[in-house]
Design a protein around this ligand. Structure first.
Ligand code: NI
Length: 257
């Protein structure tokens, strides 16, 4: 059986309130044997850590998403640190900047991003980076705080190939999500095709960003297969081969045996 990995899922989302165990079973049935489960803030990160205790193939990343940056309590960094010490936790994230929705003031987003990047570095954990329409500032902060000193992944990559090259030079992985299956995704397809194989990850970011042919419906880890199939065909590979490579890369990125 071919193994697949979903490097970024939000199974704690209320979208799975009623059927998370069935969703997880469907993923397993299709061969998804590694899932990184993430929250958005302290409360949901804590939920993700609890959920991972029940599944040997599930790990977590904890942190505060830029949308939540303005709402964090004073001592949030201590909370992130404590959750990050759990033995099922393998990263800090998702952290970053979101100028598309601009829910938190940009100044606050930058502060919370910087603080968590430094925490990741101090704890020796990779960072999972969220960047939406904030390429320049995200790269600047990563370069200043972490370039060469730690690594991680640019999740749901949305930049162009020029940016991807810079992320790769900084030591990061590039994670491709469902939008690569959409019609108007030439720039992302170009990145998916050109990223060196050993730096490529795949993810669902479920419940969001559902790939074709389920676009518009709720996403789930089993659907990562459509993203793998699309990238494999762009690269002229068998999907099984790409599944194997991205499974191994996910283990390497998050330092799992
Ligand atoms: Ni996400």
């Amino acid at each position: 059986m071919t193994f697949l990995a979903d490097s970024h899922a939000h199974l704690i989302d209320k979208a799975y309130r009623k059927d998370s165990s069935q969703v997880i079973q469907r993923a397993l049935d299709i061969g998804v044997k590694l899932i990184i489960n993430l929250g958005y803030d302290i409360k949901t990160s804590s939920k993700a850590v609890d959920m991972a205790q029940d599944y040997p193939f599930m790990y977590t990343s904890v942190g505060v998403h830029p949308h939540e940056a303005a709402r964090v309590p004073e001592d949030y960094l201590q909370n992130v640190k404590e959750l990050a010490q759990n033995k099922k936790n393998v990263a800090i994230g998702e952290i970053g900047l979101d100028y598309y929705r601009d829910i938190s003031p940009r100044k606050k987003q930058k502060q919370v991003f910087r603080e968590q990047l430094l925490l990741a570095q101090k704890m020796g954990l990779p960072a999972i980076i969220h960047d939406r329409e904030a390429h320049k500032d995200v790269l600047k902060i990563v370069r200043e705080e972490q370039g060469g000193k730690n690594s991680g992944v640019f999740h749901c990559f949305s930049g162009d190939w020029e940016m991807a090259q810079e992320c790769i030079e900084l030591g990061f992985y590039i994670s491709i999500a469902g939008p690569v299956t959409f019609k108007n995704s030439d720039s992302l397809r170009d990145v998916a095709k050109r990223t060196p194989l050993h730096r490529l990850l795949v993810e669902t970011d479920c419940p969001y960003l559902t790939p074709v042919p389920y676009r518009g419906k709720r996403n789930e880890p089993a659907h990562v297969k459509y993203t793998v199939e699309t990238i494999a065909s762009l690269r002229g590979m068998k999907w099984e081969e790409l599944a194997q490579v991205t499974f191994t890369n996910t283990k390497n990125c998050f330092r799992l045996d």
